[in-house]
Design a protein around this ligand. Sequence first.
Ligand code: COA
Length: 335
Amino acid sequence: MGLRAKIIGTGMHVPDRVVTNDDLAKLMDTTDEWIQKRTGIRERHYIEEGQQPADLAYEASKNALRAADLDAGQLDCIILATLSPQADFPGTSFFLQELLDVPETPCFDLRAQCSGFVYALAVANGFIQSGMYQRVLVVGCEVHSTGIDLTDTGRDVAVLFGDGAGAVVLEANADENDPAGLIEVRLHAEGKNAKKLWVEAPGSGFTPVRITHELIEQRRHFPYMEGRLVFKHAVTRMPEVLLETLGAASLKLEDVDLFLFHQANLRINEYVMGQLEIPAEKTLSNIHKFGNCSAASIPMLLDEAVSTGLLSRGQVVSMTSFGSGFSWASAVFRW
Ligand code: COA
């Protein structure tokens, strides 16, 4: 069976502050009804003054390490997927590494937006299968709340996003009697749609400086999204890559015990499940509680599946994402 990357621990963390749809309706022209009907979101969590992205990543990582019964010192590498880094550089992973008190463990950020976690899983899998590393911490971490336009102008995007972090510990598994581990992962991207869902500024292509008062006045430091186009691509690409990945693993839809979809919009996932005729009981959602946490959504969902006992060892899990880039990806593993 060879060397497989097995998930030996999961964890998540969200900040305490809950922001409901009604709270947002006090800041912009929106309603709880509009948001719930279009997206399924009821509330999300935002950081408070003084909290940093790495703090969320740290709590999620500690939980994953505890579940894996490991010390941070036993990690060979840390990969953190994010589109909302703590600083322009270095990556959030470096601040996390300091909090974990593992001063020389290699770490880096990976940028593939809402597909970041599945991309990071693929990279970690490569490290493990090549024999380069034994144990890799993979984290998805986002703080969206400080980067969205909480006025009428930004309402289409602002209501969707929340803050949170999810983490998994992967370990090389060579045990012939233990089939747990990643089976297949498939990644895709389409840069021609890069500007259909993006934040333009600060950007190193703006001369002579990356951010100006003018750019801010033009609100170009806030996300821009062509919502309907994103929706259309998501409902096409997600089933496509999910089936491609299962096919590569010689698995059928019926072989999968649990489907985890990126939490961008409940309607997207319902549409995808309808197309593939996946029964509702074979999936799990957390978007109603947390909104879209981009790279953190899938690991947060996986942690919930594990901690609530929904998932038991030996079961097959499929995870699929779609996001800015555009980027889309799917992985299938045996828990
Ligand atoms: N509250 C109230 N009204 C809003 C609103 C809000 N938060 N945001 C937009 N509207 C209004 C629009 O201004 C528009 O008004 P108009 O008809 O007077 O012009 C109306 O609602 C419909 O807007 P539209 O953008 O066509 O809505 P939609 O049905 O496409 O739903 C999304 C909007 C964002 C929910 C939907 O397009 C979507 O989910 N897209 C994918 C988003 C996504 O997944 N992003 C992340 C990918 S990782």
